[in-house]
Design a binder for this molecule. Structure first.
Ligand code: ATP
Ligand code: MG
Length: 693
């Protein structure tokens, strides 16, 4: 038997070696679901001889997909590279790339993917085009409605104007051959549902379909799976209903029941290999409080009792943060943990600020996991827009982004003229340059841009090394020169980011198949699909993250911070048993990330959104504890360091007063000079309304 099969327990091996027909592995956190699924793919290829390209595995993040593919290649050999491992969205891209023209909606198979940022930009343009008041019609709000409308086909618009914004949004998307994230699912479903030929092709192609994190698939994704599964019914899903935490995004807890109804056949794993017994006991006790649990299961542990989870109360939020920082230092110095084995988890992003400030004070390196993604940075989006325009100059959307970056004396008025001309003639903006009626100086600027793109285009089609693309484009367009001329720290960082982008392309060269241009297109697709869940885990530093972002991951030490009523569970959820259940599942995900040590912390008093709040410990803490156990309240040793966070000369931003400069800091009070009319103010330096910039 293969060595990697030996590493599995009996139940896992059975699931791996189950060949034909459906199987639903329902099992708790850390029981090796992901490992089992990965091994099963390798087993099908290596032991059964299934062709890799006839296997489809679906994961929840692109990062998980990449890691899984690497592991499968390790186990089953290099030819397994052609196995299809994608997220649902990436699967949409793959299939729509071949067939979207069949939908006759005006899209061609060379579509591009608009990320959330782009989509919001288009909503903004639509609001502008309609001359509506941006204060009344808020971009984020309308963007969410559009998404909801597309996905759920439910009437959501309050008035005709909102409907008009949606229609213009839709028009701009089609005109630019752009799909948003919703389209990648909605149109995939439409295609498979309406086109028998396409459906049958994929049904025959995919002999085996496997899905990880099944509990977080939504109703549309379930329909997609149903359309894809052929008569063989070789569908293998793994999931943990107790970890279903994307209800707010339409993930449908019911899918587990649908699966049972449609396919049946269930298999259970119950040995947890991640966490020690005392941690698991907390998880088990907590989740029992949920009203609706389709599968009751108790996790059994393989790793011994371990340490008692710690429950710490602090009098204030600042004390809580100090307690955590002190303990992290102790874990490192006395117990030999390294920073990157430690995670601090909390309910929502806004809670990270005080923790960050405190870690900074203590000189503890940290990374916010799931913040602004690398791919959302301006310089990265600019370079990628260039590459897209070079590949296809008719993409007005991207062309507008870069036509005057670096500055080429093509101002907004000239761009508008070009846009109008293009509309009038029914051609792309790039082609409309030849017909423009502008001053000769402006025309020259336009022509220089056009020639630059044409020159780069010719060169690109001659290249065969993906690693060259980024630097070539960045230098030839003088983008790098622009940054060098700016000569500040931020531009240095931007240049480094562009270099980092280069390494993404170098990796892609090995990872993708096909011609140079095909590989290039795949990389661009992949990048467009990245979300904040796909960030690499930092190699150094403590991880700060929300519970949602760390699904499927594990850490030796976990701090669950700000465990307070009204924050966690969130205030809205308390009155609704369904969402209270979902909050409890989020807590369950948190507890089960911990391998060796778990800390639950809360404060009695906290400054939040500018006002003082008195809190009760989260009910989840009580639920996790054995009834007899009394809450231990740990006294905090005074912080050894008394350094302050701000110093004179620092630039800050205040929620109300805007930007200011710190004049002086005494104790915890900063004197800050703000722009008029606000003038000089004294503000608590740790106040949440204040941010260092
Ligand atoms: P989650 O519900 O959080 O997604 P999971 O069920 O997918 O968890 P895995 O991530 O696959 O669990 O496994 C949890 C940990 O246990 C991993 O570190 C994995 O390598 C390890 N593990 C899984 N199966 C075994 C086994 N049979 N023997 C030893 N370790 C195992
Ligand atoms: Mg998993």
């Amino acid at each position: 038997m293969k060595e990697w099969l030996n590493k599995l327990n009996e139940q896992q091996r059975k699931a791996v070696m189950h060949i034909d027909g459906p199987l639903f592995v329902v099992a708790g956190a850390g029981t090796g679901k992901t490992r089992t699924l990965t091994t099963r793919v390798a087993y099908l290829i290596k032991e059964i001889g299934i062709a890799p390209e006839s296997i489809l595995a679906v994961t929840f993040t692109n990062k998980a997909a990449r890691e899984m593919k690497e592991r499968i290649i390790d186990m089953a050999g290099p030819h397994s590279v052609s196995v299809w491992i994608y997220t649902f969205h990436a699967l949409g891209v793959q299939i729509l790339r071949q067939h979207i023209d069949k939908l006759n909606m005006g899209y061609t198979n060379r579509f591009n993917i608009a990320d959330e940022d782009d989509a919001k930009g288009i909503v903004r343009d639509a609001i502008k085009e309609l001359n509506l008041d941006p204060k009344q019609y808020k971009v984020n709000y309308i963007r969410n409605k559009i998404s909801y409308y597309k996905y759920f086909k439910k009437e959501v618009f309050d008035d005709q104007n909102e409907m008009n914004i949606y229609q213009i949004y839709d028009r701009i998307m089609v005109e630019n051959n752009l799909l948003d994230f919703d389209d990648l699912q909605v149109l995939l479903y439409k295609l498979l549902n309406e086109h028998e030929g396409v459906r049958n092709y994929y049904r025959q192609k995919f002999q085996y379909i496997l899905i990880d994190e099944f509990q977080d698939t939504d109703f549309l994704q379930y329909q997609i799976i149903k359309l894809l599964v052929g008569e063989h019914k070789n569908i293998f899903v793994v999931g943990d209903p107790d970890q279903s935490i994307y209800g707010f995004r339409g993930a449908d807890y019911e899918n587990a029941n649908r699966f049972k109804r449609d396919f049946g056949n269930e298999h259970v794993l119950n040995i947890n290999y991640r966490s020690t017994k005392k941690i698991l006991d907390h998880a088990n006790r907590l989740i029992k409080f949920n009203q609706n649990r389709p599968f009751e299961k108790e996790l059994v542990c393989d790793l011994g009792d371990g340490f008692d989870p710690q429950i710490w109360s602090a009098s204030t939020d600042i004390q809580e943060a100090n307690m955590i920082a002190n303990e992290i230092e102790r874990l490192k110095k006395e117990l030999g943990y390294s920073y990157n084995e430690i995670a601090i988890l909390y309910r929502n992003n806004a809670l990270s600020r005080l923790l960050e400030d405190t870690l900074m004070k203590y000189n503890i390196p940290y990374t916010i996991y799931g913040g602004l993604s690398f791919y959302q940075r301006k310089e990265i989006k600019d370079i990628l827009a260039y590459i897209r325009v070079i590949l296809d100059p008719s993409l007005d959307f991207y062309l507008k982004r870069i036509i005057n970056v670096p500055k080429r004396a093509i101002g907004p008025t000239s761009v508008k003229k070009l846009e109008d001309k293009a509309k009038e003639l029914g051609v792309s903006m790039f082609d409309a340059i030849d017909y423009l009626d502008v001053s000769s100086k402006t025309l020259q600027a336009f022509n220089e841009f056009k020639n630059l793109i044409l020159r780069l285009r010719e060169r690109l089609y001659d290249m065969n090394d993906l690693g060259e693309v980024v630097s070539y484009v960045a230098y030839q367009t003088e983008y790098i020169k622009m940054l060098e001329d700016e000569k500040d720290d931020i531009s240095k960082e931007r240049i480094e980011n562009i270099n980092e982008l280069k390494s993404v392309f170098v990796q892609g060269d090995v990872f993708y198949e096909g011609t140079f241009i095909e590989k290039l297109t795949q990389i661009l697709d992949q990048i467009a699909l990245y979300t904040d869940l796909d960030q690499k885990l930092p190699e150094q530093g403590v991880i700060l993250s929300t519970f949602h972002q760390v699904k499927g991951l594990e850490f030796k030490v976990v701090f669950m911070a700000v465990m307070e009523e009204d924050i966690f569970p969130s205030p809205l959820s308390i009155f609704e048993s369904g969402s209270l259940d979902e909050e409890r599942r989020i807590a369950y995900v948190g507890v089960t990330r911990a391998k060796e040590r778990l800390y639950l912390t809360y404060a009695n008093q906290r400054l939040l959104y500018g006002s003082v709040k008195y809190s009760e410990p989260s009910r989840f803490i009580k639920e996790m504890m054995e009834p007899k156990k009394v809450m231990v309240s740990k006294r905090i040793e005074p912080s050894t360091q008394n350094t302050t966070f701000l110093k004179a000369g620092d630039k800050v931003n205040h929620q109300v007063f805007g930007e200011g400069i710190v004049v002086n800091v005494e104790d915890d009070i900063a004197t800050i000079a703000f722009k008029m009319p606000h003038g000089v103010k004294k503000i608590l330096e740790n106040h949440p309304s204040l941010r260092k910039i």
